[in-house]
Design a protein around this ligand. Structure first.
Ligand SMILES: Nc1ncnc2c1ncn2[C@@H]1O[C@H](COP(=O)(O)OP(=O)(O)OP(=O)(O)O)[C@@H](O)[C@H]1O
Ligand SMILES: Nc1ncnc2c1ncn2[C@@H]1O[C@H](COP(=O)(O)OP(=O)(O)OP(=O)(O)O)[C@@H](O)[C@H]1O
Ligand SMILES: [Mg+2]
Ligand SMILES: [Mg+2]
Lengths: 227, 227
């Protein structure tokens, strides 16, 4: 469902070129549960942004569901994103002037869902991440881990076939993190694809497969023995 | 060096009152290394903001170095903050339009340090957190873990007698996290006080003492056996 070949992404800073992605080959089948790990700065978020159709590569190819994503225009990319992909950002990217509930509701507005159903589904997603008592708080009225959970709820509310989560538990205590991982398991058991970036070894062991990155390339790609 | 008694901090949301801090008694001696842990939303960041002189309590008292912080005016609080305290924010709070190097330099400008020395010290702090190759990047040109490390470098550059770090390793792989903790150890061995909020059990075990919070109160306060 996700196939990249020789993916490149470069940033020019004066005379230097930073190869954030330096030739990435990745193949993820429908229904797989993949963890992406690697040192700070190794290109994990850059990779997630490309496969999440939020950024275009400078080289190489990316096929999503058999379609060449690098040949899509912005409108087609936006439609694919909304219909197929749920994205949890490493830095949350919540609307600061809107309530938590409204933040979670927004993807359903883009999907064209009617208001009554949107609200019911957004409330349910907030309940699933343990934030039913925080519906009307704005992001700056929430703790770090609560903001992270709003970002998770927003990614899950469309029941995406592909969940891309960039370090979704970094601000959570272990009990709350386990609850969030159980939500991902639920989505996975329903046949959906999960790709998550994590620094937490236990979260990595929870996945079926661990892809390790180093300096913008895939360093290793291992199946977990217990899956 | 840090003493709180019956500390309260409340937020009013319509008819509800949220007791973010619900009577916190905490006593930290000079040179101690304390970890603060507890569930998401339990009041850890709120407590850190009060003891870091960034927020005033609604009730109770807070003494810093024998002085009643709640009786200081804004100018006195700002001076204490700059002279004594290094603060690593859970959400980094970097200046978006400035380079990483300039971000790290800013506390030294407030200290009245001359430019040549400021730059030397800021470059050294960036080197200590492994970011010597990222001096001229702005925050949006850095990975999540790199931004976190800039926030750490900024907190360490004044060699504070009290380091307050709110989840300083949440975005870091274990190798990089260990390097950051070694910097804190170095500051601690020089006789300074370290208070860090963490969700990472290993980081908690690294401290001399673990204070657990729950629902705005201190639930437990335990010395680590190995220290
Ligand atoms: N401005 C605000 N208005 C209303 N409630 C707030 C506000 N700021 C924080 N809160 C609430 O106060 C409680 C404590 O927040 P705090 O940020 O201290 O938690 P925390 O322990 O740091 O959590 P985390 O581990 O998720 O970072 C939370 O339940 C939060 O929703
Ligand atoms: N806009 C930019 N301009 C220049 N360099 C950039 C830019 N964005 C990212 N980089 C660099 O690209 C590299 C990869 O960044 P990326 O965010 O993908 O890392 P990461 O693996 O997600 O790291 P972390 O674990 O710290 O989140 C980093 O070294 C970073 O400094
Ligand atoms: Mg990242
Ligand atoms: Mg917090």
């Amino acid at each position: 469902v996700i196939l990249t070949r020789g993916l490149r992404r470069q940033y020019r800073m004066g005379d230097t070129v930073i190869n954030a992605l330096d030739g990435v080959d990745l193949s993820i089948r429908p229904g797989e549960y993949v963890a992406i790990m690697g040192p700070s700065g190794s290109g994990k978020s850059t990779l997630m942004n490309v496969i999440g159709c939020l950024d275009s590569p400078d080289g190489g190819e990316y096929w999503l569901n058999g379609q060449l994503a690098s040949s899509m225009n912005d409108r087609e990319l936006a439609r694919v994103r909304n219909r197929e992909i749920g994205f949890v950002f490493q830095t949350f990217n919540l609307l600061q002037r809107a309530t938590a509930l409204h933040n979670v509701e927004v993807p359903l507005i883009y999907s064209g869902i009617a208001r009554k159903e949107r609200l019911a589904r957004a409330v349910e997603a907030m309940r699933q991440v343990g934030l039913e008592s925080r519906l009307d708080h704005q992001p700056n009225e929430l703790s770090g881990g609560q903001r992270q959970r709003v970002a998770v709820a927003r990614a899950l509310v469309t029941r995406p076939s592909i969940l891309l989560a960039d370090e979704p538990t970094g601000n959570l205590d272990s009990t709350t993190a386990t609850e969030i991982l159980e939500l991902f398991d639920e989505l996975h058991r329903a046949g959906n694809t999960i790709v998550l970036v994590t620094h937490d070894r236990k979260v990595g062991e929870h996945a079926e497969r661990v892809v390790r990155m180093l300096d913008g390339r895939v360093q290793s790609d291992t199946r977990n023995s217990t899956s």
